[in-house]
Each structure stands twice: as structure tokens, then as C-alpha cells.
Design a protein around this ligand. Sequence first.
Ligand SMILES: [Zn+2]
Length: 133
Amino acid sequence: MSNNNHTKHDPASTSQVRQKLRRLSDQHNELLGGLVDADQMIIGSVFEVYKTCSKPNCCCQRGEKHGPFTAISYSIGGNIHHKMVREDDKSQIAKEVGVYKAFQKKRKQLRQAQRDINEQLDALKKLQSREYR
Ligand SMILES: [Zn+2]
């Protein structure tokens, strides 16, 4: 417990840590606020499919497949499922999958902010603690 005796009473370090914590707190609250307001979402991924039909001599039999059609993949209990998306639903599905992706991204950023906050709190504890002798 001796190598931190110099920084321990350095007011600049403490105020730097406090400044970082306030900034992280703002960032954390902004991220959490965005997550709280999340719109309806679909947990899945959208992708394009090209298909062949059963008509003989159709161009798709020579490699010029039909499409693109939109499909969605999603996981239930660890199993991946696919489903074709109806043309009328395409934009709504894309929007709701987008909400999901953004939600996941924000959660990842929130977890990072929480790790950073913990790190700074550890630093603050170290700076502000003393031993009673
Ligand atoms: Zn065809």
C-alpha cells in the first residue's frame, strides 16, 4: 500500500476521475434512455434469396435465378429458422430488425460504459481512501 502515496493526495487526479465519472454518467444515462424508449422490434436478420422454379426451360434453370426475395432468419432455442417475407411486409420488417440491431448495439455500448464507470470508481476509491493508523 505504498506505491500510491504520491497520487493519493494529488487533487488533480481526483478531479480528473470525478470529471470522467460525470461524463460517463451522462453517456450511460443517454444510452439507457434510448434503450428505454425502444420501439417494437423483431429479433432476426434480413437477407436476400434467389430461387429456381419448376418451369422447364425457364432462365432460372440456366443459372439466372428469380429474385431477389426477402427472407428473415431468427433463432428459437438455439435453432436457426428461415421465413420468406411478404412483399407488403418488407419495409416494416426491415425497420423492426433495424430497431433490434440498434438496441443490441446500444446495449453493448452501455455495458462498456458500465465497465468504464466501475474502473473509475475503483480509481476514485483508491484515491480517496486512507488507512487509520
Ligand atoms: Zn424459373
